[in-house]
Write a protein that binds this ligand. Structure first.
Ligand SMILES: [Zn+2]
Length: 372
């Protein structure tokens, strides 16, 4: 890791934060601009969330971590690697170091990756989840990836039906975008999804790669600041990553599968949706051990239970009264500072008041060419 040779412009920026009802003072974020990209020192992130440094080192493969007894963030060893509660996430921008040796995290990653996961109840356009649109990634003549052991469309159809059953037991309305006899285009599946209110969208797939690559990987739409032209899916940038994290954490913890990480990318179907959406790659069709597990009914049921648990975790955080009922522990744990930082309404206006929020800094909307 090198300190940027480019000119570093440092400015103190006190953001115009709305004072919460309990009159907490505004947090003054230090913004350090390198190569035109605004970064925030890890020290500010630590201070805002009231974390403590857990490990502080510098060196070619140093890992820095912060957290508390409920939350742990580890950076590295790669410059785009973050582990939150032990689950792998890919940062939008590589982290850097300031000239004084502080780890710097892009402002985009603080506001569009970290904060929605750590404090999903602060997502401004959150909507209660009533309907789950399940998208078996392939159907009809479209079989997806196939190997000697498995065919993606057969697998995704089986698991979609089992998941539908599990979610109906948990009182969700369930919509399937296609079945084994039909093939619907991305556009048709997006139209089905757009017709639903209070919905989330989960696309089920299998991965392919080298024969020794295995594990579960979760995707969601890349956030707006990195798109030349923001897509409809960007309306839910914050909810997208909170949903992806809840699903991924539940999947990895329930199955013990290899953690292939959470990534953000541009899938045309996900990008075109108007509700929180994630895509899960539940294993590799090209890996023998993964296929053995995926072909077992018991393992498929474990995957369904995990997905439903992840949906429950996300849905709990999206409830209008979520600030007063912390989400269950399956996916993510609210930081210990949660109670302190959550806005509190006075007793008489708890129903009427929209909670006011103390937000992490918003990323600038300058246009930049996506590097993807
Ligand atoms: Zn697929």
């Amino acid at each position: 890791m090198r300190i940027s040779r480019f000119f570093s412009q440092l400015c103190l920026l006190t953001l115009a934060l709305t004072a919460p009802l309990n009159a907490q003072s505004a947090f003054a974020w230090k913004i350090i601009t390198q190569d035109g990209i605004p970064y925030i020192p890890l020290e500010d992130v630590r201070s805002f969330y009231k974390f403590t440094p857990l490990k502080k080192e510098r060196g070619s493969d140093a890992i820095q971590s912060i957290g508390n007894n409920a939350t742990r963030l580890e950076f590295g060893p790669g410059e785009r690697e973050l582990k939150l509660q032990g689950y792998k996430l890919q940062l939008s921008k590589p982290y850097r170091y300031s000239e004084t040796g502080d780890l710097l995290l892009s402002q985009e990653d603080v506001s569009k990756l970290l904060d929605p996961i750590l404090r999903p109840v602060y997502i401004t356009n959150r909507q209660e989840v009533k309907t789950v649109v399940i998208d078996p990634g392939h159907g009809g003549h479209d079989v997806g990836v196939r190997s000697a052991a498995i065919r993606e469309s057969d697998f995704t159809q089986l698991i979609a039906r089992a998941l539908a059953e599990e979610l109906q037991k948990r009182h969700y309305t369930v919509i399937l975008t296609q079945d084994s006899n039909s093939f619907r285009s991305n556009q048709q599946r997006a139209e089905i999804t757009r017709r639903q209110d209070n919905a989330i969208f989960i696309s089920l797939h299998l991965n392919s790669g080298r024969s020794d690559t295995r594990g579960i990987q979760t995707y969601t739409t890349a956030p707006a600041a990195f798109n030349e032209h923001p897509v409809p899916g960007n309306e839910h940038d914050a909810a997208n990553i909170a949903l992806a994290f809840a699903l991924h954490a539940a999947l990895i913890s329930r199955t013990g599968a290899t953690d292939a990480g959470i990534k953000r990318s541009h899938f045309s179907l996900l990008s075109s949706l108007n509700c929180p959406a994630a895509l899960v790659e539940l294993g590799y069709a090209t890996n023998e051990e993964d296929c053995t597990a995926l072909n077992s009914e018991a393992y498929r049921q474990t995957l369904c239970t995990a997905l439903a648990d992840g949906i429950d975790t996300f849905a709990a955080a999206m409830k209008p009264d979520a600030a007063m009922s912390p989400p269950p522990a399956a996916g993510f744990t609210p930081p210990a500072t949660y109670e302190e930082s959550a806005p509190k309404a006075t007793e008489h206006d708890q129903q009427a008041e929209e909670p006011q929020k103390k937000d992490p800094p918003k990323p600038s909307r300058r246009k930049r060419r996506s590097r993807r």
